[in-house]
Design a protein around this ligand. Structure first.
Ligand code: CTP
Ligand code: MG
Length: 384
């Protein structure tokens, strides 16, 4: 495709009535993460997608924030169709060339499906993923009244991919009824062809309570446990601020380095990267690049966690040990733990922060620097 700007809209403004439960289903945990987080990570990580916007219900902003932090969002409407229309209106000022519309209720979104859709947009104005029906189909109420030939019958999934102007036009011209269950039918209603690409069984929608257990079991069967370590040292120097574990610690010296030199976050970042064999922090954020001068190390850690999630992984636990003579870590331990847990989007109980001295031996013992080591445990898809 020539010049293109592709926005992904995740519609997550539903009430999840059929799924029941205290929280709308898109914010409930599935496979260890809020449902919305899975497809958000997959779409955000895809190189062809420029922006991801979540469409939430009125009053769901704090639920979204708990699940994903402060991410771009729009407010949806009373039906799925209206939610998509509101999302399209919100992104129109960016003049996207294309848009992918995805249900938050389909958490597991394999990258090859996105590839197929975007490839199809080279030669089509609209493309949807679908699976050929393999069951026998019948029509009837309490008894079989008619056989339905299944040849050429497909089960339609999302994301659905469109030329932006055409989908916006289709929504503007939809006669109402607001009962459209997907976007392809709107585009067809104004006379455009919709291409079918191969969907994926992982994209199954979560609708009923039992679907959660099935999705969890499916995810568990695709995941293996990995542990990886990280280690880092920075020099202590006068005239520097001391950032440790994402917390500014008052001290007469600070750590020196190209970024804010937060040795603790660097060790954890390397550990997280290790769980998916994604190299080390220096590879992702080269110290030679002026872009990272004075950078907050929080963004390195968030990037690493984003990569893990995009690979379909789930972070289970992080344990950090700081090795220094001074400052005393104890008074700041809880603040570090809370900050690290927030950055990792983990409950506090899944983050541990410890410290030790080296009995005044070596560089740490002489107060010349601080070392940190970390271990991260994650579940990652087999083959990652
Ligand atoms: N959706 C939306 N706005 C609505 C209704 C639905 O954005 N007014 C979204 C849902 O959040 C979901 C997707 O559309 O991601 C598919 O809808 P569905 O599975 O029906 O979800 P809910 O409408 O939330 O569930 P239910 O119909 O059981 O209440
Ligand atoms: Mg619904």
């Amino acid at each position: 495709m020539a010049s293109q700007y592709i926005v992904a809209l995740i519609v997550a403004a539903g009430k999840g009535e059929r799924a029941g439960g205290a929280l709308p289903k898109q914010f409930r945990n599935v496979a260890g993460l809020p449902m919305i987080a899975h497809s958000h990570a997959a779409l955000s990580a895809h190189p062809a997608i420029d922006e991801v916007i979540v469409v939430i219900g009125d009053g769901q902003a704090s639920l979204l924030n708990d699940a994903l932090g402060d991410v771009p969002h729009a407010i949806g409407g009373a039906t799925r169709r209206l939610s998509v229309a509101n999302g399209l209106a919100a992104i129109a000022p960016r003049s996207p060339s294309h848009v992918l519309v995805h249900d938050a209720a389909r958490p597991f979104l394999p990258a090859p499906v996105i590839d197929r859709l975007i490839d199809a947009l080279d030669t089509n104005v609209a493309a949807i993923p679908a699976l050929a029906v393999s069951d026998t189909l019948v029509r009837g109420t309490s008894r079989v009244e008619q056989m339905v030939p299944r040849d050429g019958v497909w089960r339609v999934q999302t994301p659905q991919a469109f030329q932006f102007d055409i989908l916006a036009d289709a929504h503007a011209r939809w006669p109402g009824g607001d009962d459209a269950t997907d976007d392809a039918q709107l585009v067809r209603a104004i006379g455009h062809d919709v291409a079918i690409v191969e969907g994926d069984r992982m994209l199954e929608k979560i609708t009923h309570p039992a679907d959660f257990a099935l999705a969890d079991a499916g995810a568990a069967s695709r995941l293996v446990s990995r542990s990886a370590t990280g280690f880092d040292v920075h020099r202590l120097e006068a005239g520097e601020q001391l950032w440790l574990g994402g917390v500014l610690v008052p001290h007469d010296k600070g750590l020196s380095g190209h970024s804010d030199a937060d040795v603790a976050l660097h060790a954890i970042t390397d550990a997280v990267l290790g769980t998916i064999g994604a190299g080390d922090i220096g590879q992702h954020f080269p110290p030679s690049d002026p872009k990272w001068k004075g950078a907050a190390s929080a963004q390195f850690l968030e990037h690493a966690v984003g990569l893990l999630r995009a690979a379909g992984g789930i972070l289970d636990f992080v344990d950090l040990t700081l090795i220094c003579e001074a400052p005393k870590v104890g008074p700041h331990r809880q603040a570090m733990r809370e900050r690290i847990a927030a950055l990792l989007r983990l409950p506090l109980a899944q983050v541990s922060v410890k410290a030790t001295t080296t009995e005044r031996l070596g560089f740490a013992g002489r107060g010349e620097g601080i070392a940190a080591q970390a271990i991260a445990t994650a579940r990652v898809p087999t083959g990652v």
